[in-house]
Design a protein around this ligand. Structure first.
Ligand code: MTE
Ligand code: MO
Length: 481
């Protein structure tokens, strides 16, 4: 034991900021790791432990990493831990660690977000608010986090690109935004969780989700990969690159990080407009939406648009993550007790399907039920509003509504759509229809209002979302909560 000042855990706990220095305790030592954190990009992970004892973080750092850290630590020793505190730390284990300490403060809760869970944070926009704006304001845009928000020091941030041969390249935030290096693209695109229309599907199985439509600015993934020369014809031809994997900085206790992948064909397709995004609605990405950089894969389910992007890996395999391998798959409804092999047989969901929903009046389930129209204050006019979106850039061709739960249909003529190129209709369609209840002579009859949409390839929605989402696996989400 070196001759050094003696500190208590109370002293250690006071050093959790840049100003006071980052201290931590381990075994019988006290360490000031400030300069380690400043100088080593990988060192930032250790900040989770600032003011704490490493022992209480066993679950975050694997034993291997602890050993590694221990070797480096001795250089940063500033003191000895007070008698008896070491034993207490060893008993304490996980209690003091809050993985969610870097989650941002959230103001949107004040504007009536529906918060499905706090840790991890999952919130969605109320239906009535959703259709108020064609471009969803960022503070109203749904947030879907599977884990905690990671700690990011922008000065250390660099995106890693790994080739199929394992060769690694790095790209800093400034390089990515340098317009002399990469030209920037801005698109309007909806982002939709595969579990959108959660309430409806929730009747079958509780899934979370939501949708929003925003402006995204970034550089084309294709351009970035090309700039590193990693998409050479030889690797493409010999099948070494079949998928592009993305991993976030949000990782669980065993350092398994959120990840997803898309087929290489999608990335090579010049129409696909996959972006490495750093701006949303004209502003720097917010923490919850993936600051500093996220992927946006327009027309594809939200799960593939990885936030807090850390690594891009070119591979002959899909991402190894749970979210690619088991979550976000649709099994045939005939599978009653799904086994892993059932998931293995099914492809991961990529492009979205045709989708539409009623937001006004607020839906109770798949439909809007109005039991009596007798005492309505609408002068006989009931305005029904909602959104529609096609997957893979396929524009919405028409939307229809029915007041008798799908027996008779009216064509919705009032569609708000953005002009977008063929197969690049990433934005949603907002629609509204004035139902003339008097004309319909339905004054006393209960109404069951439903909607449906068709895309330009005449794909339509199934009658209910039952078939489609019955086996959308959500086991991981349950486990996290
Ligand atoms: N990326 C990371 N790193 N971690 C996540 O939990 N969630 C995904 C995707 N990207 C997620 C992620 C899912 S399921 C969706 S629907 C979208 O991000 C949600 O994006 P948003 O929170 O910006 O609306
Ligand atoms: Mo999602």
């Amino acid at each position: 034991k070196p001759k050094l000042p003696v500190y208590s855990m109370e002293d250690v706990a006071k050093h959790t900021t840049k100003e006071s220095g980052y201290w931590l305790a381990f075994k019988d030592g006290v360490y000031d790791v400030s300069s380690f954190v400043e100088n080593h990009p990988g060192g930032k992970q250790i900040l989770i432990t600032a003011g704490k004892a490493l022992e209480s973080c066993w679950k975050i750092f694997t034993i291997h990493q602890i050993d590694h850290v221990y070797e480096i630590l001795e250089e940063y020793r500033i003191g000895n831990l007070k008698e008896g505190e070491r034993e207490k730390n060893e008993q304490q284990k996980m209690d003091t660690i809050d993985l969610f300490q870097y989650d941002p403060e959230r103001v949107n809760e004040k504007i009536n977000f529906i918060v499905r869970s706090q840790k991890p944070y999952n919130a969605e926009t109320q239906p009535l608010m959703l259709i108020e704006h064609f471009i969803t304001p960022t503070e109203r845009f749904y947030v879907r986090n599977h884990m905690h928000v990671p700690f990011i020091n922008i000065r250390d941030y660099a995106l890693e690109v790994q080739t199929s041969e394992g060769k690694k390249y790095r790209l800093t935030y400034d390089e990515l935004k340098n317009e002399e290096k990469y030209s920037q693209t801005t698109i309007v695109s909806a982002l939709q969780c595969a579990g959108n229309r959660r309430a409806q599907m929730g009747e079958l199985k509780p899934v979370q989700g939501a949708i929003g439509n925003a402006t995204w600015t970034g550089v084309k993934l294709y351009d970035v990969l090309r700039s590193f020369g990693v998409l050479d014809d030889r690797s493409l031809e010999n099948g070494k690159i079949k998928h592009v994997q993305f991993y976030g900085l949000d990782c669980d206790a065993s350092q398994r990080c959120y990840g997803a992948s898309v087929p290489i064909e999608k990335v090579l397709d010049q129409n696909s407009e996959i972006l490495l995004v750093f701006k949303m609605n004209g502003e720097t990405l917010t923490t919850d939406h993936g600051y500093p950089v996220r992927v946006l894969i327009p027309g594809t389910i939200g799960a593939r648009s990885v936030k807090w992007l850390n690594k891009i890996i070119l591979s002959d395999k899909e991402a190894s993550s749970h979210w690619q391998q088991a979550d976000y798959k649709v099994l045939p409804s005939t599978v009653l007790k799904p086994q892993q092999s059932d998931y293995d047989l099914q492809p991961s969901i990529q492009e979205g399907n045709v989708q539409s929903a009623i937001c006004q009046p607020p839906p109770s389930s798949d439909s809007v039920k109005i039991l009596s129209t007798k005492s309505d204050k609408t002068n006989g006019i009931l305005t029904v509003k909602g959104y529609a979106i096609g997957g893979g850039g396929r524009a919405i061709q028409n939307v229809q509504i029915s007041v008798d739960n799908g027996q008779n249909w009216f064509n919705v003529t009032n569609l708000e759509q953005q002009k977008q190129a063929y197969m690049q209709a990433w934005a949603w369609t907002l629609w509204s229809y004035d139902l003339n209840l008097k004309e319909l002579e339905l004054k006393n009859a209960p109404l069951e209002i439903v909607c449906r949409a068709m895309d330009i390839h005449t794909n339509t929605q199934p009658d209910t979302c039952k078939e489609l989402f019955f086996w959308l696996n959500i086991s991981r989400d349950d486990a996290v909560k």
